[in-house]
Structure formats: C-alpha cells, structure tokens
Design a protein around this ligand. Structure first.
Ligand code: SF4
Length: 271
C-alpha cells in the first residue's frame, strides 16, 4: 500500500465507529433507511463493528462503501479523546461527534498535501507544502474545544491555493487540441466516451453517471469530484492527481481501468 493511503486511511480497529454514529444519512439509493447525526446506526454492534460489513452493497448501504474518513476516526478516538469511547463516556459523546467531521476535513487536506509532496511538479513548492502539512497536523492535535472553534474553510483556502498551483503545473505539461472540459459544462450524465481529456481540471465537478468509458483522463485533477456511478470502464487515469479511493469506489469500472498506483481496483468492479 502506498504511503499516502497508508497514513491517511481509516483504521476502524482503532476507532469507536464514529462515522456510523456521528454522521446523518437519508434513505436513498445509498442508504436503506434514515439516520440522524449522533444516533448509532442500527447495524453498528457494541464492539463498533458493522453487522453487515461484507454485504453492505447488497443490503442497500452503498454509501458506506464510498465514505472515507482519511484516518480522522482513529485520530479523534485515540488522540483527541485519548481512548475514551462514547458508550462509556456519554457526557463527551456530543463533542466527539461534532469534532469528528472537522477532523475528517483536516485529514482530507493532509491526504492531498501528502500526495502533492510526492509529485515532481511540487519541487518549487516544497517549503510551502511542508509548512502547510505541519500546520494542518498541528491543528489535528488541538483540544476538542479548540478544534470546534477552528475556521476550517479559511485554513482550507490556503491549502487549496497551494494545491491549485501544483495542479496547474501538472496539467500544463499536457498539450492537446481537443475540447476543454470545465466544471461549468453540464457534466452529470455527460457522454464523454473515448474523449481525450488529458490534463483536465475537474475540481469540484459533478461527473455523476458520466460516460467516461475508454476516456483518456491522464494527468487530470479530481479534487472534490463527484464520481458516483461515473462509468470508468477502460478509462485511463494514470498520473491523475487528488483522486481518492472513495471516489473510485463510487464509480463503475473494470479490470481495464488504469488507476494511479496508490489506488486499488474496487472488488465490485470485478465481481
Ligand atoms: S451500515 Fe454498517 S458501515 Fe454503514 S453506517 Fe451502519 S454500521 Fe456503519
């Protein structure tokens, strides 16, 4: 497993099932029933394991298979609350559940910063990247109260500006004459089959159910892109940046889909 994924991946064994309690979800194609934030999911067992873990998709909980906390769960459980769990410490449960989504955002930033640190194009930005990583790490180690008071959107703006500069350098290496795709174009369900989309900036785009079969997506920026049910069968995503395993899990694909080395072909693509 790559170092980026390894460092910022959920370690459910060291987490008190925080995503299954703290977060709300609504009955939909992704979840079989409604659940309020702060209420344990009915499928969560006392030992913090999911009763239907191996069967989530079949039982209507596809949404759980595409969620990634980037390691925020174990950080909140073991560092912020020093191993205290919400079952034995109900007086701290509410704060724990409020801290968790904030920590998730900080850890997501750390994931991208770590990825950026490994890119050749980041060399001119190494000092800024290291500083941003250290500062973000420092924020994750604050007390629960201090984390709740953080202006995370403001911190994210600085991180985002830096990542965008690096993204521009990665994408500028690609020279192509085909149509430029931007997120302002209607991309939900778009027919982009076989398109040459190398070096695209998809940041924050909704590519839900887009047909990207055999599309050339090399060196594209996928930060914050919604790839739910996008069809990536045979697509080439080699060298694409800021793509996460959760985004890939949410898409369709097959053994011919080429992914960056740190990401894996999801089981459901080959079943
Ligand atoms: S179904 Fe399982 S993984 Fe999903 S929220 Fe409930 S306990 Fe967690």
């Amino acid at each position: 497993m790559s170092k980026i994924v390894e460092d910022y991946k959920a370690d459910c064994e060291n987490c008190f099932g925080l995503c299954c309690v703290a977060l709300p979800y609504a009955k939909s194609a992704d979840f079989a029933f409604n659940k309020d934030g702060g209420t344990p999911c009915k499928n969560l067992q006392k030992d913090y394991r999911c009763r239907i873990h191996s069967d989530l998709r079949k039982k209507g909980f596809k949404g759980c298979t595409v969620y990634e906390c980037f390691g925020a769960g174990q950080k909140v459980s073991q560092v912020t609350f020093r191993g205290k769990n919400w079952q034995e410490h109900p007086e701290e449960a509410q704060v724990m559940f409020e801290v968790f989504p904030k920590m998730q955002q900080l850890h997501e930033m750390l994931y991208y910063l770590k990825e950026a640190l490994g890119l050749e194009e980041s060399r001119p930005y190494l000092t800024q990247l290291k500083k941003a990583m250290l500062e973000t790490e420092r924020l994750t180690e604050l007390s629960p109260t201090a984390i709740l008071e953080l202006d995370i959107p403001r911190h994210r703006m600085g991180v985002s500006d830096l990542l965008l500069k690096i993204s521009e350098d990665v994408r500028s290496k690609i020279r192509r004459k085909t149509t430029k795709v931007t997120k302002t174009m209607g991309l939900i369900g778009a027919n982009l089959k076989g398109a040459d989309l190398r070096g695209s900036n998809f940041r924050g785009a909704l590519l839900i159910a887009a047909d990207l079969r055999k599309a050339d997506l090399r060196s594209s920026d996928f930060i914050g892109v919604d790839l739910r049910n996008a069809d990536l069968r045979g697509a080439n995503l080699t060298g694409s940046i800021f793509l996460t395993q959760a985004q890939v899990n949410a898409a369709k694909g097959d053994i011919h889909t080429k992914l960056p080395p740190q990401l894996n072909i999801p089981h459901h693509w080959v079943e």
